[in-house]
Design a protein around this ligand. Structure first.
Ligand SMILES: [Zn+2]
Length: 215
């Protein structure tokens, strides 16, 4: 999946400004969970469910904490002394937990994020945090893949960025067509990864070699 996006593309979304309806109160959010329990055929007052709305709203804070994070700010602390390192930097097999924006069910998978440093490098944990900042929102996989790549390109200005996401979508495994075990793979390549087939091949060889990860 390749799109021709420039570094000032609108796809570099930071913390989205909340437009439209105001954020409901916690009590209102909990009431909405009670409504869904009723809709499913449950009695929200039964003992086992009494605390469920509170727990669900709390879980939502964790599932969707990406809205409070600014990926550009996360990446902004960079290091310039990189000696002469000019090869691919790859963080592979980053656990990815997101939610499909169409059905509000989990998307679980992993991301591989690589860049070819220009003048700046970033701590590798930051690459994982950028993945999280976009994943912990309501997402579609294609958009999330591009957002991660564009944010890295925008801030680090490297010679290229490559992002691959492999994920399973609960909306196709537990509902609809009911096809478990179907993985969706998306990629977004910028700069040399896009223009130079040998760089792209090297990246794919690196993410496919399984020598140093137990899986
Ligand atoms: Zn879905």
């Amino acid at each position: 999946m390749e799109h021709n996006l420039t570094s000032d593309s609108p796809a570099i979304s930071q913390t989205p400004s909340r437009q439209g309806p105001a954020r409901p109160s916690r009590a209102e959010a909990e009431a909405a969970v009670r409504t869904l329990l009723l809709w499913a055929g449950e009695d929200p007052a039964r003992e086992g469910l009494r605390d469920t709305p509170r727990r669900v709203v709390k879980a939502y804070e964790e599932f969707f904490r990406g809205y409070a994070e600014d990926p550009v700010a996360l990446l902004s602390r960079t290091f310039e002394e990189i000696e002469d390192y000019d090869e691919i930097v790859l963080l592979r097999d980053i656990r990815l937990e997101s939610h499909c924006e169409h059905h509000m069910v989990p998307i679980i998978g992993r991301a591989h994020v690589a860049y070819l440093p220009g003048k700046r490098v970033v701590g590798i944990s930051k690459l994982a945090r950028v993945v999280d900042a976009y994943a912990k929102r309501f997402q579609i996989q294609e958009k999330m893949t591009a957002q991660i790549a564009n944010a890295i390109q925008h801030v680090l200005q490297p010679r290229g960025v490559a992002v691959v996401i492999e994920a399973n979508h609960q909306c196709i495994s537990t509902r609809g067509v009911h096809k478990p075990g179907v993985g969706m793979v998306t990629s977004h390549m910028l700069g040399e990864f896009r223009e130079n087939p040998s760089t792209r091949r090297e990246f794919f060889a690196m993410i496919q070699s399984r020598s140093c990860t137990a899986e």
